[in-house]
Design a protein around this ligand. Structure first.
Ligand code: UDP
Length: 329
């Protein structure tokens, strides 16, 4: 019997590239797809020489054609940092709506099982903490985060509809803040922002009073959770994240300690609709998948700091001025 064939969209991104590595390791034939708006080929270039790896530079918002059979699809294509989806709101909406529609159609045609990347953003600025899957959320559809949050909510809805109406095998993972090697140092997210600032000798910018909370999951733990979910028989949404919750101010202090920087925390205005608290309830993941995170923040941060320090100087210095305007059609 030949290898199982899996399509991974967003394959050159942070999570997509780690998924490529995992499925190569498990001896799958990996078909990687990305349009490289926010992804970076450097994340997967070590796989290009393999006979069981192929790459398509394609925007999944347009019709997706994959020759041959497909057993699995992982839909991870989407801008995912608040800075990115502020810059490319239309593309964000399209990949979460037109893109998922194309991929569900492909899954139906190929009789493939599809797992989609959803997000804790479906809970918006939650009034319930921690957030269980049953919580419906508190989302502002017309705020700056609406383009991401509502696209992901639509994505869950259409995925469930294909499941119930067409009997498609579907899986939905709700991903909470995740970090690790291959995050972009300049994507605006708090962890690379703080570490980048420390490395460059700048002050660390805390937005608002820093009392808002997040719960950070190391990438290897997340990938293990996704892997287990794909091979489970559960079609409802499952939270995957690390419930170890911390305020952003405390987190900044941890980064100062970790990096030994002499710089301090400074305050910047809080972005609109910034969630005040976020922590996954992972009871379902524990029960259904036998999964829970293993890597502590101290361990994960150390590995990630070493990774960022090892980047070439131009990437550390570089502030991104990528022109995204043509994507907002
Ligand atoms: N944040 C911050 N300083 C920064 C970047 C982000 O204080 O330089 C805050 C942001 O306001 C939010 C939290 O850190 O409360 C996490 O932001 P991030 O963009 O990483 O992702 P989010 O969880 O909001 O999607």
């Amino acid at each position: 019997m030949g290898r199982k064939r899996i399509l991974i969209t967003g394959a050159a991104g942070f999570l997509g590239s780690h998924l490529c590595d995992r499925f190569i390791k498990e001896d799958f034939h990996v078909i990687a797809m990305d349009n490289l708006i926010t992804g970076d080929l450097r994340n997967i270039e070590h796989l290009f020489h393999l006979e069981n790896f192929e790459f398509y530079n394609h925007d999944v918002s347009k019709f997706v054609h994959v020759p041959g059979e497909l057993d699995y699809i992982l839909h991870f294509a989407s801008p995912a940092s608040p800075i990115d989806y502020l810059k490319i709101p239309i593309q964000t909406l399209k990949v979460g709506s037109l893109g998922i529609h194309n991929l569900l159609g492909l899954a139906k045609d190929k009789k493939a099982r599809i797992l989609i990347a959803s997000t804790s953003e479906v809970y918006g600025d939650p009034n319930v903490n921690p957030q269980p899957e049953e919580y419906w959320g508190n989302v502002n559809p017309v705020g700056p985060r609406g383009v991401y949050d509502e696209a992901k909510r639509f994505q869950e809805a259409i995925t469930m509809a294909y499941h119930t109406f067409h009997g498609l095998e579907t899986r939905i993972v709700r991903i909470f803040n995740t970090y690790g090697p291959r995050m972009r140092l300049n994507d605006g997210r708090v962890l690379p922002a703080f570490i980048g600032q420390a490395i460059r000798g700048e002050d660390l910018t805390v937005f608002g009073d820093g009392s808002q909370t997040r719960s950070f999951c190391y990438v290897d733990d997340l990938i293990e959770g996704i892997y287990r979910l794909l091979f489970s028989d559960y079609a409802g949404p499952v939270n995957i994240g690390n419930p170890d919750e911390i305020t952003i101010r405390e987190f900044g202090e941890e980064i100062i300690k970790l990096t030994g920087t002499k710089q301090k925390l400074i305050t910047k205005p809080l972005p609109t609709d910034d969630p005040k608290q976020r922590r996954p309830d992972i009871t379902k993941a524990k029960e259904i998948l036998g999964w829970e995170p293993k890597v502590s923040r101290a361990e994960g941060l150390k590995i990630t700091y070493e990774y960022f320090k090892s980047l070439p100087q131009d990437l550390i210095e570089k502030i991104e001025h990528k022109d995204f305007s043509s994507y907002n059609k």
